[in-house]
Unconditional design. Structure first.
Length: 259
């Protein structure tokens, strides 16, 4: 396992568990304790974690794993979700995409759809995510509208009043939200309040709202609320979601698509 791959795995384990011991991490990754100690020290220097005696902990409850360190965790689920979300989009529509790993997969799924190769434009994509705009800008059949704003290095998303100014002047047919948590009671949420504010405005400018989230994010809470569950029209998730969870979202008025 390369150092980059090991760091990604360590950071995801840390986000999942909140704290890691050296011996525990070494066993999980099948490497020596000395290697893990060195990794923890180097990641602490980059302020990616807090070093403790015998291990490491995350920075706090709102800790957010930077997009560049996210691995292919739940990759197959996200790709299936993305394909299903892409199929909900009609040619010629204006589509809003927030940042995140799942919405990035949605952008890729739209890019390879056979019926979206021509048109004037085939789709209009509105996004505040620099990486999504970068991937789709080479597709001449797509009109790409990138909001202004200040870039967050964790997610490559543009936030702030400059982004507000663009979004307040447009409307989209569908907004696709990537979220870190989605719950019937607490709604859709993000780690960062500035990202949540932009995502909320995108929802308000959309005719319909789709949440694309793997089942590990359902029934969870996060720091910054984006919108209520009732503001969402469709939830697309993977088949590991429990029937009780599906029923709760459906009772709240959502269409739930499992893949």
């Amino acid at each position: 396992m390369s150092r980059d791959a090991r760091w990604k795995a360590l950071l995801e384990l840390l986000v999942e568990r909140g704290r890691l011991d050296v011996e525990e991490a070494a066993a999980d990754l099948a490497v020596s304790a000395a290697t893990i100690r060195r990794d923890f020290d180097q990641l602490a220097e980059q302020q990616m974690l807090v070093r403790t005696r015998g291990g490491a902990v995350v920075h706090g409850v709102s800790y957010e794993l930077p997009l560049r360190y996210k691995t292919a965790r739940h990759a197959s689920e996200k790709q299936r979700i993305a394909k299903a979300v892409a199929e909900l989009v009609a040619p010629g529509e204006a589509v809003g995409l927030t940042g995140g790993t799942t919405t990035t997969e949605v952008a890729r799924a739209l890019a390879v759809r056979g019926d979206l190769t021509t048109g004037t434009p085939a789709l209009t994509i509105v996004t505040n995510a620099l990486n999504i705009a970068n991937e789709l800008a080479v597709r001449p059949q797509f009109k790409i509208v990138l909001t202004g704003g200040v870039a967050r290095p964790q997610s490559y998303e543009l936030v702030g009043p400059l982004a507000d100014g663009v979004l307040s002047q447009i409307t989209v047919d569908v907004a696709v939200l990537g979220v870190v948590a989605f719950d019937v009671t607490h709604g859709a949420a993000a780690h960062d309040e500035a990202e949540a504010a932009i995502n909320r405005l995108l929802c308000e400018r959309a005719e319909r709202v789709v949440v694309a989230a793997d089942s590990s994010k359902l029934g969870q809470r996060a720091f910054a609320r984006i919108c209520s569950a009732e503001s969402v029209d469709t939830l697309v998730t993977d088949s590991a979601v429990g029937p009780d969870m599906v029923r709760r979202f459906e009772e709240a008025g959502l269409r739930v698509v499992t893949v």
